[in-house]
Design a binder for this molecule. Structure first.
Ligand code: ADP
Ligand code: MG
Length: 259
């Protein structure tokens, strides 16, 4: 009866002003490997989209193209109605609207936790130092590591470091946050403290794209699940429907292996 829905949620297409990230027929190769194939994806303001799929399916590359860490071969990407340019000052500005949190926390090892969260504000947003420090402390409190502000990253647990990385990204006032397997490098007992922060962020209305293997998070936080395989979006659905009644054989096969 129904076709696999692409870029539409249950209420139908959102009005243009609600479309925050729009990928239109994006293609990318790494040499002979066609890593992103005809990707059409629209992420609406306030939406939480969880991207899942087998290793090597192109999930990280998809995230990296959205903030232009990777170029694309064809197609277009727009953030809040503005096409991502190839380079230049406008690119830096648009990129600052896209926060990114990686599996490896990528904090600056020789800066304190507080300085890590201040740096982008000062360098990119041109915020003055006192203001940046104030905001950094507030964000560190928000993610539950306020008491760690004067320590160095190596003195923190993995879960604490990842929460600092989230605070650092939030300090730029991003319009959308991308998370690429943010809990995959963590010891099991630290996974929930990071997922809880992300869950709260979602409740606060942040627009989020989350690559994760945490299906509990996908079920409870996602508005939509995007399933990728071999560089393509195979299926998109609301989480209950996706997990209870996947349409494609690829998704069924994937879910049978992980659930
Ligand atoms: P996923 O995140 O879903 O595991 P990736 O986006 O990391 O997948 O990778 C998709 C494919 O592209 C994989 O086959 C990977 O080996 C390849 N790939 C990723 N980055 C590069 C790169 N910089 N150069 C060449 N191949 C790459
Ligand atoms: Mg990946």
């Amino acid at each position: 009866m129904s076709e696999v829905s692409v870029t539409k949620n249950a209420e139908g297409p959102a009005p243009a002003g609600d479309q925050l990230v729009v990928l239109d027929n994006v293609n990318k190769h790494f040499g002979a490997l066609h890593v992103l194939q005809d990707i059409d994806l629209t992420i609406n303001r306030g939406e939480v989209v969880v991207v899942i799929g087998p290793s090597g399916s192109g999930k990280s590359t998809l995230c990296r193209t959205i903030n232009r860490l990777e170029t694309v071969d064809s197609g277009s990407i727009a953030i809040d109605g503005k096409p991502l340019p190839q380079e230049g000052r406008e690119l830096a500005r648009l990129r600052a609207d896209v926060g990114m949190v990686f599996q490896s926390f990528n904090l600056f090892a020789h800066k304190t936790v507080l300085e890590n969260v201040m740096l982008g504000q000062i360098k990119v947003r041109k915020t003055d130092k006192a203001e940046a420090a104030k905001k950094a402390r507030a964000l560190l409190d928000r993610v539950g590591v306020g008491t760690q502000a004067d320590k160095y990253p190596a003195q923190l647990s993995g879960g604490q470091q990842q929460r600092v990385a989230i605070a650092r990204a939030l300090a730029m006032d991003p319009k959308v946050m991308l998370f690429d397997e943010p809990t995959s490098a963590l010891d099991p007992e630290m996974i929930n403290e990071v997922l809880d922060v992300m869950q709260q962020l979602a409740r606060d209305g942040m627009t989020m794209v989350v690559v994760t293997h945490e299906m509990g998070f996908a079920r409870s936080a996602a508005n939509r699940v995007v399933f990728m395989a071999d560089g393509r979006i195979i299926e998109e659905a609301e989480p209950n429907q996706f997990f209870n009644n996947p349409r494609s054989d690829r998704a069924k096969d994937f879910l049978s292996k992980i659930l």
